[in-house]
Design a protein around this ligand. Structure first.
Ligand code: URA
Ligand code: CA
Length: 433
């Protein structure tokens, strides 16, 4: 086989077979195929798309390029949840213990945040002592014992994806649905879960700004998951404003605690109940979504979800007294309210601007090497559809410096306030199974 013939075949719109796709992915991982040929191939995919079979072969070849995590020693059906990334997305912190409180194993491998989207590991590290660097064996034992554990990325998972992603980043081939879908799904499949629930975000704060594109991506990922025997569901949810009210590591932990105790912001609670219901149905505990939701609501109300959160934290070295008394979480030196400049209804909160503001305060990493400040961030008091009076705080900024005039104006620019009544945006747009 010659790479040039395969580039030409794809460029001319023909379907590649399994052996051809394996040849390309293995060859590129082993550096037998140069960047310029892989770049041309990615561009051919960008214009010609991929068939269902090609997407499955590509995903499987990327999984096979590196290590895979073996979760077979965990009893029961393992369900993973993945979000395509948003601002203030606190769902994993709530969902992992909530689902585990129903005796369903949640073996979660999580990452750190980069740019203005936060990472679950960073958030958990707001709890003093919490340790994500545990061995695979300890991880599996903890899931068997407590039904939930979170571990940092281990092993050499999907090296082909890492290489191809870096190449796509500099060749204008990131936003290709088959390439995104296979990239995300290869990582999920390598991480070992039996079933996958995807939260595909759409809106101005999401990777997929357009609903139509988000739907295409969701369909592609579901067909790949189902095509490789990992039953997958995708929910399309709104990211036209940050999720919940808190953006920032310790602030989001506090928000997760409120939600696990049965309170918390409506949108965060609702998204957790929706994603959680699909996770419960995937586990086989019930086939009925309404029943699944009731089980989740019960464990939020009776304290079981919160107790599971505490057990999970203490098993990984976390200081649980902080969770019982969230005022002991890291706190910022300056707590600054931002008053509204006008009366009216909030019609827009550009999530990206809020995320970047939180990052500038120190909550997120600008580069992979940046140190983050766990205490800082932003709490929104007004969301889309809310009425605000002039002088009333729209957000509170938690900062460790008083020099925040640029951040203040960025937040003001993110908020649009109008005279006419505005309704809250739809939270769940669609579900694909
Ligand atoms: N996120 C990924 O993991 N891969 C992509 O290709 C795009 C977004
Ligand atoms: Ca939040």
């Amino acid at each position: 086989m010659r790479m040039i013939d395969l580039i030409e075949k794809k460029r001319n719109g023909f379907e590649l077979n399994k052996a051809e796709i394996e040849f390309i992915i293995m060859g590129y991982t082993e550096e037998k195929i140069p960047d310029y040929q892989m770049a041309a191939f990615a561009m051919a995919i960008f214009f010609q798309d991929m068939t269902q079979a090609e997407k499955v072969y590509l995903t499987e070849a990327m999984v096979d390029s590196g290590d895979t995590i073996d979760l077979s020693k965990i009893k029961g059906i393992k369900i993973d949840k993945h979000s395509t990334g948003g601002v203030g997305d606190t769902t994993t912190l709530v969902l992992a213990p909530l689902v585990a409180s129903l005796d369903i194993p949640v073996a979660k491998m999580s990452g750190r945040g980069l740019g203005h989207t936060g990472g679950t590991l960073d958030k958990l590290e707001s709890i003093p002592g919490f340790n994500v660097e545990i061995s695979n064996e300890a991880f599996i034992n903890l899931v068997n014992k407590n039904k939930v554990a979170v571990i940092g990325q281990t092993g050499n998972l999907t090296p082909a994806d890492k290489k191809i992603y870096a190449l796509r980043d500099v060749t204008a081939t990131i936003d290709s649905i088959p390439l995104i879908a296979s990239s995300i799904m290869s990582k999920k499949i390598a991480a070992g879960a039996d079933r996958i629930v995807l939260d595909v975000k759409t809106g101005n704060g999401a990777f997929m700004k357009d609903l139509g594109q988000a739907k295409k991506l969701a369909k592609a990922m579901v067909s790949i998951g189902n095509g490789v025997g990992r039953k997958t569901t995708a929910i399309i949810s709104d990211m036209n404003q940050p999720l919940g009210c808190a953006i920032g590591n310790a602030l989001e932990v506090k928000e997760a605690i409120d939600t696990l105790k049965g309170g918390g912001p409506n949108d965060l609670r609702e998204l957790c109940l929706t994603l959680g219901s699909y996770m419960i149905v995937h586990s086989g505990k019930t086939t009925n979504l309404d029943e699944a939701r009731k089980l989740l609501e019960t464990n939020l109300a009776n304290g079981k979800a919160f107790d599971t959160f505490k057990t999970f934290l203490s098993a990984q070295g976390g200081d649980v007294s902080v969770v019982d008394d969230p005022t002991k979480l890291p706190t910022a030196a300056f707590i600054i309210d931002l008053p509204s400049e006008t009366d009216g209804y909030v019609s827009e909160i550009i999530a990206d601007n809020i995320g970047v503001s939180a990052m500038m305060l120190g909550a997120g990493r600008i580069t992979k090497e940046s140190e983050i400040d766990l205490a800082v961030g932003i709490v929104l008091h007004k969301k889309i559809g809310d009425y605000v009076k002039r002088g009333e705080p729209i957000v509170t900024i938690h900062s460790n410096t008083e020099q925040i005039s640029e951040i203040k104006s960025r937040i003001y620019n993110a908020y649009k306030i109008v005279d006419e009544k505005v309704s809250a945006p739809t939270l769940i747009y669609d579900v694909f199974e």
